[in-house]
Design a binder for this molecule. Structure first.
Ligand SMILES: Nc1ncnc2c1ncn2[C@@H]1O[C@H](COP(=O)(O)OP(=O)(O)OP(=O)(O)O)[C@@H](O)[C@H]1O
Ligand SMILES: [Mg+2]
Length: 333
């Protein structure tokens, strides 16, 4: 069954159109990630699904029921925010139990659900602490626990990891993926971090300026982007874009090649001058400028000694080249 169905959803604040005709299906058990640059409407879309904002037009269906006029608490969803939004005067246990108490659940149901969720999230030993006595990662786990105990049909996450440091972000990301498998629930996860999108999603929805640019599995979008925006958004370092004239092509077209698909060798199709070398240990990123003045990044596996200022040739397999028209639409051979 479809967990969520959006049909022609529009949202305006006064004269500003923030969401433009969004239609989308989320299947039961699916992990869907909304990704896009700051201000593209990700949080607004999540808030419309949650019922914290009304859609200006269009329908929101959850579990087969149109919920446009159903209040947030009755939509069978639970939302986790970037800011955690925990009650400072309540303990971990109190924070996790609160929503269930408000629903009027019996005591034994509340305690068994809180126990199960705290075990899943390794929070057992912190149940009596208050949020101020926890680390950022532990607080975020409490916020996730508070969502889990409600046993929602649909989880909504709005950038839940962006307040955490890189190592903790990675660990919590893996925890969320594991949790998704264990709970077998539908999840929608908002982020502007393409790594989170690539690693967590069954399906990625790329948004720009309130419009869905492309929907698909991570590798589908990575290998087969519909346009220059999607091609440039997914992948780090991002895809290189240069004038097709640099390789003797049509100057009105843009050539796109991913950094890992370029090699530095004696007879490549493309010229470049090394400007900077980033040695990451496992990888080396070489930043160059093309004769036409375009910036190029080459990602090499392992460690390499490459001198700045060197003039080199860059080679690539034509099968790895993408072409776009001046408007950024993908051109297919
Ligand atoms: N209550 C509001 N009134 C007017 N404009 C709003 C309101 N809420 C959001 N907007 C505007 O809608 C646009 C989308 O905002 P939204 O918060 O959905 O972006 P986002 O994709 O979540 O960005 P970020 O990655 O920075 O969180 C922005 O231009 C924002 O200024
Ligand atoms: Mg946001």
């Amino acid at each position: 069954m479809t967990a969520l169905k959006l049909t022609n959803v529009c949202k305006s604040f006064g004269k500003i159109e923030v969401l433009k005709n969004i239609s989308l299906d989320v299947e039961e058990g699916e992990f869907v990630v909304f990704v896009g640059p700051s201000g593209c409407g990700k949080s607004t879309l999540l808030r419309v699904i949650a019922g914290l904002e009304d859609a200006t037009s269009g329908t929101v269906e959850i579990g087969g029921e149109i919920v446009n006029t159903v209040p947030p608490a009755k939509r069978g969803i639970a939302m986790v925010f970037q800011s955690y939004a925990l009650y400072p005067h309540l303990t971990v246990e109190g924070n996790m139990a609160l929503g269930l108490k408000q629903e009027g659940q019996p005591k034994d149901v509340i305690s068994s659900r809180v126990e199960k969720a705290s075990h899943m999230l390794s929070l057992d030993q912190y149940l009596a602490r208050r949020p101020s006595e926890l680390s950022g990662g532990q607080r975020q786990r409490v916020a996730i626990g508070r969502a889990i105990v409600r046993e929602p049909k649909l989880f909504l996450f709005d950038e839940p990891l962006s307040n955490l440091d890189a190592a903790l972000r990675m660990r919590t990301r893996i925890e969320i993926a594991t949790l998704h498998k264990a709970l077998d629930a539908s999840m929608i996860y908002v982020t502007h971090d393409q790594t989170e999108a690539m690693t967590l999603a069954d399906k990625i929805v790329v948004l720009r300026d309130g419009i869905v640019e492309q929907v698909g599995a991570p590798m589908e979008l990575y290998n087969n982007p519909a346009n220059q925006f999607v091609a440039g958004f997914l992948g780090a370092p991002s895809m290189n874009f240069l004038s097709a004239a640099e390789v003797g092509g049509n100057p009105d077209q843009v050539l796109g090649i991913r950094p890992e698909n370029l090699r530095i060798n004696g007879e490549g199709q493309l010229g470049g001058r090394v400007m900077h070398v980033e040695k990451l240990g496992g990888d080396t990123n070489v930043l160059l400028t093309s004769p036409g003045g375009d910036e190029i990044t080459v990602r090499l596996f392992g460690q390499h000694d490459i001198s700045p200022e060197a003039d080199v040739r860059l080679g690539f397999d034509p099968a790895h080249a993408y072409y776009f028209d001046a408007a950024g639409n993908r051109l297919r051979a």
